[in-house]
Ligand binder design. Structure first.
Ligand SMILES: Cc1ncc(COP(=O)(O)O)c(C=O)c1O
Length: 403
């Protein structure tokens, strides 16, 4: 690994080079894909020397079995750690595999965690349903209410605060220094999901957060062609999670890791474009008479704009907005869009659009949705890397069909 690249370079350089050995086998420029489930030993003496260094020595840099490690995966983990400014990172088969394995590993029976309420609904579901069965309690506190967060701490049993920034769908931004100050005062650990931001826009570890997690399915891979998750932080915390992963088993396939590394090389240029395009689209939507409200942390009207300005270097590629009219009007608008396609997910090169009332919240009635703050005309637009003028014209034309 080239240390100068890891420690002194800018994020764009890191996203292309960090973790890559300067000399690769067979003089390959790209990281070799080691697509194997297991690793061989030359003879029993080779095996015994491996076991000795593993058990009594300083560890070993060779691999034993696919669930315990893979050189391609390790190279990508080193790049992700460098991007986050972390000592180490650990890849998983999906974002949910990373989140569930981390919570399962860190929380003993009888412990308690605090989650901010605007978090990914499967994370919430895992905490409220699965962890509860194991005797681990969760309290949901409103995102942005730091008094409620502190009041929810149960001395002796609270171990961890779990949050996201920006959140889905309202792009709320967590005040990271404020969160860390509360957590440190009560000797709690913090875990923040910054999937929507990417390490190009915010690096929570620099603010004192203990662990940062991403659905690498989104911006980090960037091409909507693989599922992956990553957790990054201090070496001792990640080392413990690595041990748990060997038992729980949610490892990433080496080929997916190899594709993720390819995606990472363009992270900087993709995110820069997505930041710029999303801000332009958000401003356009905010001025449009058929649009009732826009949520984008880069807009002065967003409730967390001041926090976003302080701690983010870009505001991300997701915009949420409500249009005037009914659920059917919103659907007509979505169907009239010609560039983004309807799909869950975000962060890829293709723009995607969804109407949460017809996707994540489909089983609810309008009234139930309204009660949790999801309007029938809410639209989430995940900006890709297409020409921003084309995206603007497409939006304008689709909005015009509502006249
Ligand atoms: C913020 C956030 N965290 C975690 C996840 C889960 O990631 P994955 O789909 O890779 O399991 C998602 C997925 O949409 C997400 O949006």
């Amino acid at each position: 690994m080239t240390a100068s690249i890891n420690h002194n370079s800018g994020p764009l350089t890191r996203s292309v080079h960090a973790g890559r050995a300067r000399r690769q086998p067979n003089h390959s420029l790209t990281t070799p894909l080691i697509q194997t489930a297991t690793y061989t030993f030359q003879d029993t003496a080779d095996l015994v020397s491996f076991m000795q260094s593993k058990v009594w020595g300083d560890g070993t840099d060779r691999e034993e079995y696919g669930r315990y490690g893979n050189p391609t995966v390790r190279a990508v983990e080193a790049r992700l750690a460098a991007l986050e400014g972390a000592e180490d990172a650990l890849l998983f088969a999906s974002g949910m595999a990373a989140i569930t394995a981390t919570l399962l590993s860190m929380l003993p029976t009888g412990s308690h965690i605090i989650l901010t309420d605007d978090c990914y609904r499967r994370t919430r579901q895992f905490a409220l349903a699965f962890l509860k069965r194991l005797g681990i309690e969760s309290t949901l506190v409103p995102m942005g209410d730091y008094e409620a967060l502190e009041a929810a701490i149960r001395p002796g049993s609270t171990r961890l605060i779990v949050s996201e920034s920006p959140t889905n769908p309202y792009l709320r931004v967590l005040d990271l220094p404020r969160l860390v100050e509360i957590a440190k005062r009560h000797r709690l650990k913090t875990l923040v999901d910054t999937t929507f931001a990417t390490p190009l826009n915010v690096r929570p570890l620099e603010h004192g957060v203990d662990l940062v997690v991403h659905s690498a399915t989104k911006y980090l891979s960037g091409h909507n062609d693989l599922l992956a998750g990553v957790i990054a932080g201090r070496a001792d915390l990640i080392g413990a999670l690595r041990q748990s992963q060997g038992v729980l088993g949610g490892v990433i396939d080496p080929h997916a890791a190899w594709l993720l590394e390819r995606g990472l090389k363009t992270l900087g240029v993709r995110v820069k474009q997505q930041n710029e395009s999303a801000l332009a689209l958000a401003r356009f939507l905010e001025d449009h008479p058929r649009v009732q409200r826009v949520w984008y942390p880069g807009l002065e009207s967003h409730p967390d704009h001041e926090i976003a300005i302080r701690q983010m270097s870009g505001f991300g590629g997701v915009i949420s907005f409500e249009i005037e009219g009914t659920l059917e009007d919103a659907s007509r608008f979505v169907d009239a869009l010609q560039i983004p396609t309807i799909a869950p997910s975000l962060g890829g090169v293709e723009s995607l659009v969804e109407q949460p009332a017809l996707m994540s919240y489909f089983e609810m009635t309008s009234e139930e949705r309204a009660a949790i703050g999801i309007s029938d005309t809410l639209i989430r637009y995940a900006v890709g890397i297409e020409d921003v003028n084309d995206l603007l014209h497409d939006l304008a034309r689709a909005l015009a069909t509502l006249q």
